[in-house]
Design a protein around this ligand. Sequence first.
Ligand code: ZN
Length: 464
Amino acid sequence: MAPGPAYSLDIMTLETVFAAVHSLEEVTLSSLCDLVARPSVAGATEELAATAALVAEMAGASGFKTEIWDTPGQPVVFADLPGPPGSPTLLFYGHYDVQPADPISEWDTPPFVPTVRQGALFGRGAGDNKGQFLAHIMAIRALLSSGGCPVGVKLLIEGEEEVGSPNLDTTVRSHAEQLTCDLALTADGPLHDDGRPLVIFGVRGLLMLEIRATGASHDVHSGNRGGWAPMPAWNLVAALSTLRDADGRIAIPDFYRDVLPPTEQERQLMDLLPVDPQSIRTELGVDRLPGAGERSPWEALMFEPTLNLPGLVSGYTGPGMKTIVPREAIARVEMRLVPNQDPDAVEESVRHHLRGFDLEIHRLAAVPPSRTAADCPYVEGIVAALQATSGQPPLLRPRLGGTTPDHVFTQILDVPSLLIPYGSPQMFHHAPNERIRLADLYRGTRSTAAICVVLGKASAAAAE
Ligand SMILES: [Zn+2]
């Protein structure tokens, strides 16, 4: 028995599989066109159910046993392909719902009429996320057509990612046994800005609260009633001003209590990430980055929580003026959380901290952060697979600044989870003229196939 996984690349096997991916390119493209033609906009229930059925049909045609799981929201597609005895099982996560296409007038071709031009397929959902999860499905079809899939593969493709995956926790909990796996993988979002492949070891979480201060039952005349009427805008401003100190540190007691500092290895990975503060300043149109100091800008983006005010409204700021005491003032407070912060505990700290003010606080969204150790045993093999596919080594990024429901894998299923995006940085996701470059679609398919080959071979070698 070998001491551990040996990630040697079997070039011949890879070439056979890549040839199979190549011979499936036409089917891959027409399948993606069928998916993109479905206007599965988040919330469009009938269209979402039809799209789930289509995804299940495609997975079935690619060799999976499929199921559609009902949820209180939109259905979840589950697909299963057992691997050889002793091989690891990989779980690929994706989503078939898409962002609304508005403003439609800004699309060069209609969002749900898939169109190939400039070497890319244009259409809402082409990159986010239909093309990327299709790459996983087609990779398995290619493997099965060229000798077999050397690992077990499961698919979990949901229809509510674009609205914050409100039913994913419960779905994963109630199907935890069927979802048993060794490693979860997600292809979503773009490659690194310079086009290099990326492996991401977790995400920041999110807590969005709405804070509302109310006064009189209606806006009142600020002369006739000013001095009598309570002033909710001041109440809200006073409350918000206690959330941060003069240096911009979050001043809620216990807020940082559970924050995990980066490990030595995560710091090393961070130091290898390219960074150009000047280009960040140019992009943002600012002269300085707040709080950056001597630190790498990556540190604030990956390892530190934020407290942002994405919305703040009261009274009137339109043309002319209104002499009123507004009846209410509303703020949205958005926190990006880092491991090991718990959204429930953070919300409790915020409520406790603001208890002296007369405010209503509502939770709008809560997603825990996730973290997979940088020395996760599968990473070496995945790096070799991506290098073989792209001709360059991937960048290893400890954390995504944004939020995905990655915690369902790391916390509920308790497995390592990695994000390996396949789309180009210019895929215009969430914007008009969304697209996926065909080269990225096929490279993504080869990447998934190579990952399966390399991890399957490693487990076979370890068993010898
Ligand atoms: Zn999206």
